[in-house]
Design a protein. Sequence first.
Length: 476
Amino acid sequence: MRCLCNRAGAPSIRRRMRTPCLLCADRGVVHSPWMRVTDQAGPSGRARIGAGIHCACPARYSPAACAAAQVWNIHQPTADDAAAIRTRASEVAGKMARVTSEVEMVVEAFARSAAVLLLPMLVLACIVSDSGPVATLGVWLTWMVLALGIDAVSPRVGRTRAAAGSTIKALVFTAPLLQGAVLVYALWIVSATPKAPMTIAMIAVMVGISAGAVGISAAHELVHRRGSLERGIAQAFMLLVSYPHFPIVHLRVHHLYVGTPLDPGTSRLNEPLVHFVGRAFVLAWHSGWRVESSRLARQGLTPWRMDNAILRALALQAALYGALGAAFGWIGLALFIGQSAVAVFLALTIDYTQHYGVVRRQTASGRLERLRADHAWTSDHACNRSTFNLGLHADHHMKPTQGYSQLVNDDGALQAPMGYPGLLLLALVSRADANIDQGEDQQRNSGQGDSCATEIGFHRQPGNARSTSGVESPKK
């Protein structure tokens, strides 16, 4: 056995060493990186061999023959040695970084898949098991406690971009299809077997929670895609929650007028949740009708025609109600309407937390000020994996066509202290302004006016020097 780096035929000693050769990493032989021959022969005429760190690999360097022993080729390390070692170390470090990145991608894909699929599968398991209201309530309370705990202890997910692998891309299509399958099964089970009214109501609530948290979040992601297939899937799913006008209102009203009274999705400071939900639901229909009527009026057409997307949505929704009533009876139709109400209420509650109290003011020219990251609340917690990064809402508004896997926690965003499960509980059980801290705000960079920063127990991203003038001043 010879050292791989000793190509010129210099002998090697077959002996096991603790430390391998720096160049060839061979532990089975010993050669001149670990032995040194003295320049002078000893009394016996043989070379004295002592421990050292000089390299005598003749494959790379100009060797100097030992006149005494005629055995070892000896030379001193050169600058090329260090450069070669540094290059090799850099290659190894790069390979390790790539392996680590690939492992992280696999783990992240698994975590997102589990988070997205967990809720629909939990609903399906509860329906199939038919374990009764008490056991089902226990399961859901356990799920809520786990969700709150995971959000509290897990690291933030919005600082690094997730790889847009095939699994990440497929999830946004899988979620609405799976949710639709769960809904169809629920409709079939309540129409095929007698169920108590309490059980039917419980199933409606469970299906609605899953539809509002996972299904509508996936539809929201697909609405922002440019492909007709993606938008068609989103439109079809919104029919399953009786909110067919969502794509129109979201793209043509919400993203244009967020932070203004024209936007149905912006909650006002100190506005109760129930009041916001009622106002947002009505205003969404009104806004959708207004933008479609304006579009048709510019073409010289009346709004009372099927070119009006709102009328088409209403017609499709009515047709779906009729088909469901014929297929599953009035019990199935009641279940469908009930789960739709829960899903829409949950979606509007999330809207309530995303733009609470933010205001976009008019500039001196009469135009709305430019949209900034601090016109939305960001909730950078683990629950974003189940809602397709919906909590990274500020970055979504700044880059609405960006895929969910590429969203990050924007430095200028207003930061929520907890994930959506905690924010929903906070909105449901107490007034949203329970923990309002008021403080004087800095002057805006443009020099126009000042406002009072309002923080609903939330905080700004550390290190951000921007003003919080995008948050509405509290009412006196």
